[in-house]
Unconditional design. Sequence first.
Length: 291
Amino acid sequence: MKKLYYLSFSVLFLTSACFAEVSKKEKKALIDFYETANGSHWVKKWDLNTPVSQWHGVKVENDKVVEVNLFHNNLMGSISSQIGNLQNLKVLNLAFNSLTGSLPAEIANLSNLKVLKLEMNRLNGELPEGIGNLILLEELSAFNNFFTGKIPATVGNLTDLKVLNLSSNEFYGDIPSSLGSLSQLETLGLFENRLEGAIPRDMGKLSKLKELVLANNRFIGDIPNEFADLASLEVFQIQNNNFSSFKALEFLETKEYLVFDYDKDDKKLEFKDINFSKTRMADTKFEDIEE
């Protein structure tokens, strides 16, 4: 009889473990997000009567929500402020949807976040200053939205960041010099905004940078001499700005690029005999692929 009792207890324990749920707080946050983003119109809807782990794009580990990936799923409406209650989240991918409104300040509560993808939506307003609290963030991609205001200097706190793409928005003002602290950065896209002023010399510290796209803005002054230290650079686009000198680009004489584009005005160029035979001129394009 004892063996039968232990066997029944084990089966009950395993069954409970299989259907373990996330906390009420996290589930409520997800439901609120679903309703605010018009879940009834999603391509792949959530059945709120099933376990959270079965909801499309939601990944649960140890009874905690660690990923919400709703790429290209016809989300519309706004992002609920309740998103800040998903404090175990590591990945939030809302790219290629029709979300509107501003990014809630509560996003700063997601201290475990490593990937934040918001590109190809209709989001507006300013990036919250608190975004600098996401110190584990490795990718911040928000291109092709309607974000405005200045790029928060607090972005310089994100020292694990490898990808920062804020292209095709309405950001204005200077590039914060704090971006020079992003020692792990490999991709920086600021294409097609209303950014102005001189390029911070501190950006020459970004030794791991492979892609630098600053085209279609209102930058002035000289290309910083410190750009000669960007030894890893493969993609470099600075066309359609108001730079007064390209003298610092003489370092190109010893480099080969996958993509290099600049304002092709010989009167502005102050370097000679640069061999572009292996350099491909290209327009800037951004794509996202669902994994």
